[in-house]
Design a protein around this ligand. Structure first.
Ligand SMILES: Cc1ncc(COP(=O)(O)O)c(C=O)c1O
Length: 391
């Protein structure tokens, strides 16, 4: 018998990550140290009050039934957090939980698009931005993020025809992988443009609490008119290191949130109650650890970007997110081959920029997921490998 699967599965081969992982294992087997700066999983712990809430809830048998819906206290905790943190007033019906924003972004296209509708996504961009809507058979049109345009979409360059067929556009700042933030003036231009063109804006706000040099991350809903056309994914993964618990929210325009909730109610029976109780504790709890952690990310950023510049590799300072992004050193052309060579020669593992789209080619992304001292060691290993001095 010949087992037949969907053609789309050809698009999901593990490819480079599988190969990199094998290479990493090979280097480790040689007894050499690997500095893994590839995957964006935080190495910080959740605050004790969050773990305590999960543990207490997990010790009660009644919390093992299907949750079916978001706890009222969870929704109230999101309302309180958005008011305190972003100065945004939310109503209950403007909020629904997701199983991490990854899951939300995967499914939102199914709730918004008919086959053939255009979805505008950034290039380079976080891969699920394109994969999610493509599951809904949407047509992906990328908008370029370039240095010349400060890594912001050039709205005027998007044709009238594209605008007419575009159902939604995904934007995300602080931006993974390019590590840039957007000024208020960008949102002030984006929202009226979206309304004029009847385009829904989906803002992925995963990194508003990891932002450097005195800036403050905002919610798109803070800006005038946003609730008419915008929804935002808010995640507990990076701010609270609640990553594996899988908890995030879609917030914003009530009609769009309720429409999405209807779709999700077909898929899911609600998030494990102890996870919901832990999220309540995170959202209502103090912010000290979130702020302290942001400072630590900035120290790591300085150690990596500053350290690499000192050894002759011009990686700009990230403005936000838990990553650093830059061009591969002079003399190299292929980012995948470069990443392999870097791992082989220095033990430092990063991600090839081409995994984030065409315009990522010739770049690499480092995750700031090791302590400052180890990042310094990684920079020394890169220096000693001599890899920056090709020519
Ligand atoms: C830009 C961006 N959006 C979404 C996610 C997924 O986050 P979550 O853990 O909430 O699914 C990530 C994870 O790295 C990310 O970088």
């Amino acid at each position: 018998m010949e087992l037949q699967v969907a053609d789309r599965m050809k698009n999901y081969e593990e490819g480079i990550f599988q190969i990199l992982n094998e290479k990493k294992d090979e280097v480790e087997k040689q007894g050499r140290k690997v500095y893994n700066l590839s995957v964006g999983t935080p190495d910080f712990k959740p605050a004790p009050h969050i773990m305590k809430a999960v543990i207490e809830a997990a010790s009660k048998p009644e919390n093992y039934k299907y949750a079916l819906k978001d706890l009222p206290e969870l929704i109230q905790a999101v309302i309180a957090r958005y008011k305190k943190r972003y100065g945004v007033e939310l109503e209950e019906k403007e909020i629904t939980s997701v199983y991490g924003s990854q899951e939300g972004i995967t499914h939102i296209g199914l709730s918004l698009c008919n086959p053939g509708d255009i979805v505008l996504v950034p290039d380079p961009g976080y891969p699920i931005f394109a994969i999610g809507p493509s599951l809904a058979q949407a047509r992906i049109v990328t908008y370029p993020l370039t240095e010349e345009n400060h890594y912001l979409p050039d709205l005027k360059a998007i044709s009238k025809e594209t605008c007419q067929k575009a159902k939604f556009m995904i934007v995300s700042y602080p931006m993974n992988p390019v590590c840039k933030i957007a000024p208020d003036s960008f949102y002030e231009e984006l929202i009226p443009w979206a309304k004029e063109n009847n385009i829904i804006i989906v803002h992925d706000n995963a990194y508003s609490d990891i932002i450097f040099d005195g800036h403050t991350g905002k919610s798109i809903l803070f800006f005038e008119g946003a609730k008419e056309t915008c929804v935002e994914f808010y995640s507990l993964s990076k701010s609270y290191n609640y990553t594996g618990a899988r908890m995030g929210f879609l917030v914003g325009n009530e009609y769009l949130v309720q429409n999405f909730k209807k779709l999700r109610s077909q898929i899911d029976y609600g998030t494990f109650l102890p996870v919901q109780y832990g999220a309540v504790a995170a959202l209502l709890g103090p912010d000290d650890s979130v702020k302290e952690q942001c400072k630590e990310y900035q120290r790591r950023r300085d150690a990596l970007c500053g350290g690499l510049r000192e050894i002759g590799w011009n990686i700009p300072d990230s403005e936000g997110s838990m990553f650093a992004w830059g061009k591969i050193p002079e003399g190299y052309t292929d980012d995948v081959a470069f990443v392999m060579e870097l791992l082989e020669k220095s033990g430092v593992l990063c991600t090839p920029g081409s995994s984030f789209g065409n315009l990522g080619k010739g770049h690499v992304r480092f995750a700031l997921t090791l302590p400052e001292e180890q990042i310094k060691e990684a920079v020394t290993a890169i220096r000693d490998s001599g890899i920056c001095k090709k020519n």
